[in-house]
Design a protein around this ligand. Structure first.
Ligand code: TXA
Ligand code: MG
Length: 329
């Protein structure tokens, strides 16, 4: 059954397919499944051997922890030491694109899943297939994005197959994912909420709810607390330039002069006509298609990708984060 891709209805998932997928998970296998953000590569979050297979399949550094996906609030209390603020955030924003980092309960989620940290990242995805899969398995599911480490995250099932192939036992294909960028990761272990990764839920929405400032983790402390940010990520094989100023058009002209081709993705119309154009109507749409577009432009054989640089507000914060990491040399 290696690398099998099965279509599943996102609104009304076939219980028989879920039953098969759940048994693969219970036997220690890997199942890729859709969430509202991106596709996840799932394994039993309570079994270190299963988690190890995730790291192997992705080529992921061992010290980068996995998010544990749950389907009900009772499950979270078993896995982590809860506090009132975390409970309030969960009730308000779950299911949805928010991951909360909490102190792990001892001896429950294995160290392999936690990347050796004393904390655990929890999230309840807003997708019927994901929720019903977790319920059918009767287990919390550890799941990073289902891409090869360093590549753009998959927003479609076929991309999972392209990246991971035989390393996955089963891929549940429910069409393209709604947000396109991953969940917002908030550290809720301390006095203040700290943003470890901007994502589908905006900081503004969180602050409007908590009436508290969300702190941005920067510098060395940030890297310690958010291992994921240590690594190059989201990068296509083609260089990415960001449209922060007009200087980038010099590079674009050089590429043209050398007989090269370039592609553009963004919401603003670029002042120079590109060879390949992906123009979006809103920042939400930009986020929705960013990862698939990077892969698409790569497929169309461009020598350079120029990407629009959005305002740092709402989903723009997550876009800036993914874009600047995709553009890292
Ligand atoms: O939307 C998402 O979050 C997707 C879907 C599949 O749920 N998952 C995802 O997982 O993006 P991944 O592994 O690609 O990114 C997880 C991020 C990493 O930056 C990781 O370092 C951070 O969450 N993370 C997980 N557990 C953590 C912890 N205990 N402490 C700090 N950061 C943690
Ligand atoms: Mg990822």
């Amino acid at each position: 059954m290696k690398g099998r891709l099965i279509k599943i209805d996102p609104q009304n998932p076939d219980p028989e397919i879920l039953r098969i997928a759940a048994s693969v998970l219970r036997e220690g296998g890997l199942v890729a499944f859709p969430t509202e953000t991106v596709y996840g590569l799932g394994a039993n979050a309570l079994a270190k051997e299963a988690a190890r297979r995730i790291f192997e399949a992705k080529g992921r550094p061992q010290d980068n922890p996995l998010i544990v996906h749950v389907a009900d609030f009772a499950m979270t209390e078993e896995l982590a030491v809860m506090n009132d603020r975390a409970r309030a955030l969960m009730r308000r924003f779950w299911p949805g694109p928010l991951t909360l980092v909490l102190e792990a309960r001892e001896g429950i989620v294995p160290e392999e899943v936690r990347g050796g940290l004393a904390t655990v990242g929890l999230r309840m995805p807003a997708h019927r297939v994901a929720l019903e899969l977790i319920r059918a398995a009767g287990l919390p599911i550890a799941a990073p994005s289902a891409n090869k480490s360093g590549r753009p995250s998959p927003t479609e099932a076929i991309t999972v197959l392209e990246d991971l192939g035989d390393a996955v036992d089963l891929i549940l294909d429910a069409g393209s994912t709604r947000f396109g960028v991953e969940s917002t990761v908030l550290d809720a272990t301390g006095k203040h909420l700290v943003l470890l990764r901007p994502g589908g839920l905006s900081v503004e929405e969180v602050e409007a709810f908590t009436k508290e400032k969300v702190f941005l983790a920067i510098g060395a402390d940030f890297k310690k607390r958010s291992p994921g940010t240590r690594y190059r990520h989201y990068a296509p094989s083609v260089p990415v330039l960001l449209m922060k100023d007009d200087e980038v058009f010099e590079t674009v002209r050089e590429i043209k002069a050398d007989g090269g081709r370039w592609g553009y993705i963004g919401v603003r119309v670029p002042p120079v006509v590109p060879d390949e154009l992906i123009l979006l109507e809103s920042l939400e749409e930009y986020a929705h298609v960013l990862f698939s577009s990077l892969r698409e432009l790569e497929r169309r054989g461009v020598d350079l990708i120029l990407a629009d640089w959005p305002e740092e507000i709402g989903i723009g914060r997550a876009l800036r984060d993914r874009l600047s990491r995709a553009a890292e040399k």
